[in-house]
Write a protein that binds this ligand. Sequence first.
Ligand SMILES: NC(=O)C1=CN([C@@H]2O[C@H](COP(=O)(O)OP(=O)(O)OC[C@H]3O[C@@H](n4cnc5c(N)ncnc54)[C@H](O)[C@@H]3O)[C@@H](O)[C@H]2O)[C@@H](O)CC1
Ligand SMILES: [K+]
Length: 488
Amino acid sequence: MRDAYTVEAVRKAEDVLMARGPEGALMQRAAAGLAAVCARLLPRVYGARVVLLVGSGDNGGDALYAGARLARRGAAVLAVLAADRVHEGGLAALRAAGGRVSADRADARAAIAAADLVVDGLLGIGGRGGLREPHAALAAHAADSAALVVAVDLPSGVDAGTGAVEGPAVRADVTVTFGGYKPGLLIDPGAGRAGVLELVDIGLGPELPPAHVRSPQAADIAALLPGPGAESDKYRRGVLAMASGSDRYSGAAVLSVGGALRGGVGMLRYAGQAGVVAKVLDRWPEVVATVLEPTDPVAGLPQRVAAWVVGPGRGLHPAAVVELRTVLGTGLPVLLDADAITLLAEEPDLVRDRSAPTLLTPHAGELARLLPGVDRADIEARRLAHATRAAAEFGCTVLLKGSTTIIAEPGRPAIVNPTGTPLLATAGTGDVLAGLIGAMLASGLAPRDAAVCGAYLHGLAARLACGGAPISASDLLGAIPAAFRALR
Ligand SMILES: NC(=O)C1=CN([C@@H]2O[C@H](COP(=O)(O)OP(=O)(O)OC[C@H]3O[C@@H](n4cnc5c(N)ncnc54)[C@H](O)[C@@H]3O)[C@@H](O)[C@H]2O)[C@@H](O)CC1
Ligand SMILES: [K+]
């Protein structure tokens, strides 16, 4: 698990340690860790051309002390100062180690263009908003250079707490972060700027509170996943009921059912209009299907099931409303997706008043319908805050789909899924996800764990499907077994 902490929590932990230990000890630990990662990344330290971008705060101090360590090992280190005053001790250490210092713009540009390694020590957790000048120009030179860019603590210009990027920001190949991950390193758009993450332990652990945000790794998912044991039969593995697709959107039914079957459901009971039922059975003969009567759309809904998935491609007509009320009226775990979320926006109390496990899986546009006064762009820019707010307002689990999928639940740390990829931004992949998570719910996982496992496998399957080439939702279905195998 990668655990991320708020800036306040990190500063508080640092204060406790600093009061206890010798002055500057934490910065020395940070700089030693940073220099070690830089040395590992360079083919050869001796003779390497290293440029440090140095801001006015302690982030610049880390860069200067690490630069001094590299200079002592024979690197040609140049510190480019972005402020009149920078960390004095760090500057003295760099000079004493033979490093050079420049505040000249033209000089800086040429040096960055010719560098092997650029160390971004402009701003750390003290940064506010997008980069101002001259920071922004230096970040642009670094982006134009072929040099490897290593960010100190976080890419400058990224908001440490949220991942928001409000203006120019550094794009790093590697980010060396200290004491604990910061949420902004795990959540887009910040995560996309951070590159590969390296955590340096500076001893904060015992002083940190519980994580604010967690990002599960393969072993965490493998430990959560239910696997069929010798005692399993189709009922114990879970019976899932699905109300997805319609005559107009029959593909949503075929894909969501496929997601559930590939997700390991014991039995799938599908209910829908006659035309969709035929298509579902044609593709997935293992499904037990019921044709719903247009005159009484809820009479034939499946009974004796372990969980429900409602919504993908289901439509917004009155029968869908009655169906949604009926399913939410049961005491079973329910996943609401797509059209069911749009309907819920009209009757939010259906979920607010519900005590049984409930999971909403909106994308940003659907979440905007649930949160009055918020638009899609606000949600994309501050995903963590909005997913958390929706979970609190509806008193249930919320999985916000998108560039970084976030799972929020009242009173628990939010989860960030690490396997997402832009390849998933194509029609039908959300239907597959709903089915996949539905299978996990039916097997008995709590909504948060089901959502975490489903999102992880979904992203992994997309990555495995075509090795980086564009994929369709059907390709994604085909790669789910490989994603499971990769975890076992
Ligand atoms: N506090 C500690 O004990 C430790 C701190 N460490 C380092 O110290 C960093 C935090 O240092 P600071 O609190 O000094 O803050 P920073 O070094 O992150 O930067 C703060 C400075 O940047 C300026 N600034 C803020 N936003 C700006 C913007 N958008 N454009 C241009 N300038 C801007 C501010 O005026 C302020 O002078 C951490 O990220 C980490 O790298 C590490 O050395 C580990 C120990
Ligand atoms: K930085």
